[in-house]
Design a protein around this ligand. Structure first.
Ligand SMILES: NC(=O)c1ccc[n+]([C@@H]2O[C@H](COP(=O)([O-])OP(=O)(O)OC[C@H]3O[C@@H](n4cnc5c(N)ncnc54)[C@H](O)[C@@H]3O)[C@@H](O)[C@H]2O)c1
Length: 378
């Protein structure tokens, strides 16, 4: 099977970016949303992004025109799916809505069309099973913004065929992205399984160590080699997104996160982070700002006290044959911007020290902190 025609459902934050990236690699794209006004906005954003690439001399005006003309906005679902080889769904992260949308799609799609969902936290197999073609259904998790982020997690459901997996991997490569395969449809896939629990863990670290937010964030940035602090990253991502992911992940697997009440509290107060002027930190007038973190502040807290959960969740993925270390390190680098492999960082801190910390937490707070057997082999 050859993919030529892509249909992207949902023209929001992710959908318009996926449409642009696909058109830039030569695919014919139909971008579908439920109202023309949403499509107009999305096409405006794509225009703006292409203009920026022209001004930076990354593409020519002629190329920009061609790319733009390859994207057809469409409200009618039947028309949008008429010639579709690969349908990428990026509608809001609400299971009931997704299920309703797939029922509508099934009524009009060609029997050969491949279905791919951009969901970040919903189980692929559960969505696939309500469609007419679970064997031609797959997870294709782009990161935000798709125009810039290199990583795409590819998640086969329980019934996805090898042919569809290979086809999807080739598609991801063809749009100049790096696929990382999440071999099993596990909660949070790879990156969110590590990122979301770590936000909660950092909040627990404040309680346990009495360190300040900037001290913990400085350690995360300078000792764990993150591109920024974890509270800073959470504010940048949005506490609404993190809260939603927490609910979805925790409702399916109680062992994946040790939820800290502060995340719920910030969500209830609508303190979503940068975009609302405050989250973990306060920001001036919704303006993008970086937090002042220093190597000096990083010396105040022992990194072994905060890295354990990241390693445990990483090790869990290996023990359960979801992925291997090399692929996970690639995902953490491309999806979260880690400057060094996390296991390299861990070895520098001292594996024995980290395991001792986890064992102490295990004795005090229970199963969640029990060191994964894989960690004991390193
Ligand atoms: N925003 C992120 O950072 C991010 C990152 C990775 C993955 N995701 C996932 O991508 C998906 C979309 O997220 P988003 O942030 O782009 O959402 P969004 O709210 O920005 O956009 C969703 C769009 O879908 C449209 N829509 C609703 N019902 C529709 C239908 N029946 N047919 C077509 N369009 C419909 C909405 O009008 C809206 O324009 C979600 O599953 C989300 O979990 C989001």
């Amino acid at each position: 099977m050859v993919i030529k025609n892509i249909t992207v459902l949902g023209s929001g934050i992710m959908g318009h970016g996926i449409a642009q990236v696909s058109a830039m690699s030569g695919y014919n794209v139909v971008l579908r949303d439920i109202e023309q006004q949403f499509l107009d906005k999305a096409m405006e954003k794509i225009r703006w992004s292409l203009d920026k690439l022209v001004s930076k001399q990354k593409i020519s005006e002629e190329e920009s025109r061609k790319i733009f003309s390859r994207i057809t906005p469409e409200v009618d679902l039947g028309k949008a799916l008429k010639y579709c080889d690969l349908m990428i769904e990026a509608v809001p992260e609400i299971m009931d809505l997704k299920k309703k949308v797939y029922e509508e799609i099934d009524a009009v799609a060609n029997k050969d069309t491949v279905y791919a969902s951009n969901t970040s936290t919903l189980p692929i197999t559960e969505i696939a099973d309500i469609t007419s073609r679970p064997e031609r259904f797959i997870g294709i998790h782009f990161f935000n913004p798709p125009q810039l982020m290199k990583l795409v997690e590819v998640i086969p459901g329980q019934k996805t065929t090898k042919e569809i997996l290979d086809l999807t991997i080739n598609f991801v490569k063809s749009v100049s992205k790096e696929p990382v395969i999440c071999k099993k449809d596990v909660v949070g896939f790879i990156v969110n399984r590590i990122f979301i629990p770590f936000v909660h863990e950092a909040a627990w670290a404040i309680d346990r160590t009495k360190a300040s937010m900037t001290e913990i964030d400085s350690t995360v940035k300078f000792a764990l080699n993150f591109p920024m602090g974890i509270f800073e990253l959470a504010d940048f991502t949005g506490l609404d997104v993190i809260h939603k992911a927490t609910i979805e992940m925790y409702s399916r697997d109680k062992k994946v996160i040790n939820p800290h009440p502060l995340i719920q509290e910030l969500f209830d107060k609508k303190k979503f982070g940068q975009k609302t002027g405050g989250g973990f930190y306060e920001y001036a007038e919704e303006k993008y700002a970086r937090i002042d973190l220093t190597e000096e502040l990083a010396k105040k807290i022992e990194p072994a006290k905060i890295i354990g959960t990241i390693l445990n969740n990483t090790a869990w993925l290996v023990t359960n044959q979801v992925s291997d270390i090399q692929e996970i390190e690639k995902a953490l680098n491309l999806g979260m911007g880690l400057r060094k492999p996390i296991f390299e960082t861990a070895k520098k801190i001292g594996m024995e020290k980290i395991i001792r910390e986890l064992q102490t937490l295990h004795e005090k707070y229970g199963e969640f902190y029990k060191p994964d057997p894989y960690l004991l082999t390193i």
